[in-house]
Design a protein around this ligand. Structure first.
Ligand SMILES: [Zn+2]
Length: 229
């Protein structure tokens, strides 16, 4: 069993970790982790080169080391035009379905709009809201729509409302991550265990079994690398 970090921009390559590094179109830096996700990030959309972006996304999505599509989503705070965001998000949804890989979602004040897209697309692939840092009342409709939540740095902030969201999240629906924070995933697991009043090992086991179920990683390529770590 590895220690899963669902979403990071700062892979550590430390032994025993399974890190899903987030890579976006246009990113210069190559992924450092063994596993990654690929997406069209609403902050960095290809102003002119849509065909290039689409080609890149489809080619990357087919690679065995790409475990998910994303981050992708909608953001009400960024300056990227909404129509471009929507086009990019819909493309990522389509590629996630075609590749048969889960979708990792970036949402800033756009939970309702993203749920509307889910209703429209009726995806078969799981959708995971990463960096979830909202209270329980925001989590509930997402969970009701069969989505997953990935919690990170917010859990470590004193009395942060995301802590209550984690406590009320069904165990089979959550993941843990570090995103772009200079934070060890171990600290996040430790804090989740404290909040859930569970041994840390139980939290690791839970997230690992969620990972196996949701990502169904191909054992032929996955097992040898895990055994090495
Ligand atoms: Zn991110």
């Amino acid at each position: 069993m590895g220690l899963l970090n669902l979403h990071t921009h700062l892979a550590t390559r430390a032994p025993g970790f399974v890190e899903i590094e987030s890579v976006y179109y246009g990113q210069i830096q190559k992924p450092a982790a063994d596993w990654y996700s690929v997406g069209l990030h609403p902050w960095y959309l290809p102003a002119a080169d849509w065909p290039g972006a689409e080609q890149w996304l489809r080619a990357e999505a087919a690679r065995p080391e790409v475990l998910a599509i994303g981050e992708a989503g909608l953001d009400k705070v960024t300056t990227t035009p909404w129509t471009d965001q929507l086009a990019a998000f819909r493309l990522c949804i389509a590629v996630s379905e075609e590749a048969g890989k889960p979708l990792i979602i970036h949402s800033v004040r756009a939970f309702n709009e993203i749920l509307a897209e889910k209703k429209r697309a009726q995806p078969r692939q799981p959708w995971i809201f990463h960096g979830f840092a909202k209270p329980e009342n925001v989590a509930l409709p997402l969970l009701k729509a069969d989505c997953y939540l990935s919690f990170g740095a917010a859990l470590l902030k004193k009395d942060h409302p995301a802590q209550t969201a984690l406590k009320h999240c069904p165990p089979e629906r959550f993941f843990l991550e570090t995103d772009d924070e200079a934070l060890s995933i171990r600290e996040v697991y430790h804090q989740a265990a404290v909040l859930l009043n569970l041994p840390e090992q139980a939290v690791r086991q839970q997230v690992w079994s969620n990972f196996q179920r949701v990502f169904a990683p191909d054992p032929a390529i996955f097992a040898p690398k895990i055994a090495q770590s």
